[in-house]
Design a protein around this ligand. Sequence first.
Ligand SMILES: Cc1cc2nc3c(=O)[nH]c(=O)nc-3n(C[C@H](O)[C@H](O)[C@H](O)COP(=O)(O)OP(=O)(O)OC[C@H]3O[C@@H](n4cnc5c(N)ncnc54)[C@H](O)[C@@H]3O)c2cc1C
Ligand code: FES
Length: 517
Amino acid sequence: MTIKGPDLTEGVEIADIPQGGTLLGHADGESVLLVRPEGAEEVFAIRPTCTHYGGPLAEGLIVGRQIRCPWHHACFDLRTGEAVAAPALDPLDCWKVERQGSRLVLRGKLTRPTPAPPARSPESVVIVGAGAAGNAAAEMLRREGYAGPVTMISADEVGPVDRPNLSKDYLAGTAQEEWVLLRSKEFYAAEKIDLILGNRVVALDPKARRIELSDGTRRGYGALLLATGADPVKLPVQGSEMAHVFYLRTLADSRAIITRITAKESMRAVVVGASFIGLEVAASLRTRGLEVHVVAPDARPLGRVLGPEMGDFVRTLHEEHGVHFHLGHTLKAIEESIVVLDDGSRLPTDLVVIGAGVRPSLALAEQAGLQIDRGVVVNKHLETSAPDVYAAGDIARWIDPSTGKGVRIEHWVVAERQGQTAVRNMLGRREAFNAVPFFWSQHYDVNIAYVGHAESWDRIDIAGSIAERSCLLAFRSGGRIAAVATIYRDKESLEAEVLFERDDQDGLEALIARARR
Ligand SMILES: Cc1cc2nc3c(=O)[nH]c(=O)nc-3n(C[C@H](O)[C@H](O)[C@H](O)COP(=O)(O)OP(=O)(O)OC[C@H]3O[C@@H](n4cnc5c(N)ncnc54)[C@H](O)[C@@H]3O)c2cc1C
Ligand code: FES
């Protein structure tokens, strides 16, 4: 980032920083953002870019003494820089701000406070699954001052990865593999997190507080987090076991697709499913120059989640990038270099990627006798039906406080935040999980952000223009606004998130009215 604005070690007038706004400057060769919350006496000095993917915090939202990132809604404490809500996991650097009359002067970086010991300290914590929820949970235990043994076990051969990237930049060839790993081996060693890879937990005995691994070893636990995620739905189609047919969940899956493309010089691909993952795969394969055909039973891509107008826009967007759609069709068979559709038409292909949705990985929870209802049932503290056993992420079904109905949600940020809440509760916080669901999906240069949760809707209000890529869609269900989707309206997406948190339907109506202007 090029350094801009005033040298803050020489000072600035407080009046130059707008109330409820920011001012970009620099100190000792680093960019610094001054943040002045509305109506507050204090001004804070932070690193201006988010520690997740570098989102510009000056374009984010100040909420009390916190700032939220415009790109994927990470939330930071302005006083300490602490990343209080995922997807950012690292804190922001903060500077000491000294007041001299009408001026503010920066006086070096603040040192991070050492966390106080937690109210409750289980003898040990075992985390089953090293994905979004598991990794965020393990890190949060240390950030909360827990000093006991932490073990994280994964069936995968590699440590936690940035799973959303597997269908986006990594698959497109625009992100290197080291960027995809969330942390290095050295990180886990330094944090004293015992990471056991390539080993599946095959049994959980909540009465004995013990687990058994696929290598036959057994371990006890004081508290346990189940975060086993989800597995791709396998299509029962003739030929789906062939070597050129792929599913995408893990780094190994994404690597295997890339290897196939490069080793076999594949030129034509069929993507089965017009889901978020299917379409992201289509976009990435187009970036690699493949001819891409999408086959799906739906009338339009993403229509069931985002509605007809946004679905049509997404279709046109992909068509403009050269994707061919075969909608309203299913697969009949896969052959060596042909995919046969239900109407008998035949698509030549070198590669098939199936994105037909996922099923929560419940085998371990079922074996342990936990309460299950299309997911592992958890209470508002993310506790399962067994003592000191928590669940988070794609497997967890909890009561959405805004509707009082059970929900199970497959979003990266939700999984991370649940992992964080679950372990804070292991440490005695008794914190209700009430984060508003958020996800994003990237299609070429268009990022769709979605806050809230609408399993179905009666009406969609559109403010702005979808075609012009500046819009806000409000999904209404049973007389209330249940979710908001946006393209290039990041601030409004953040505002909607805050209004959902406050259950402020009038505020949401006002936001939509403002978005129309
Ligand atoms: C390609 C792709 C792209 C995505 N893009 C987005 C996106 O853009 N935005 C978004 O919001 N969401 C996205 N998602 C969804 C998001 O990644 C998931 O919701 C999230 O990863 C769920 O986190 P989790 O911790 O529950 O499970 P996971 O991240 O899947 O982790 C589960 C872990 O459990 C391990 N495991 C399972 N069973 C066992 C066992 N018995 N013993 C030991 N280990 C076990 C697995 O090996 C894995 O390490 C995407 C998903 C995929 C696959
Ligand atoms: S870049 Fe800030 S949350 Fe992703």
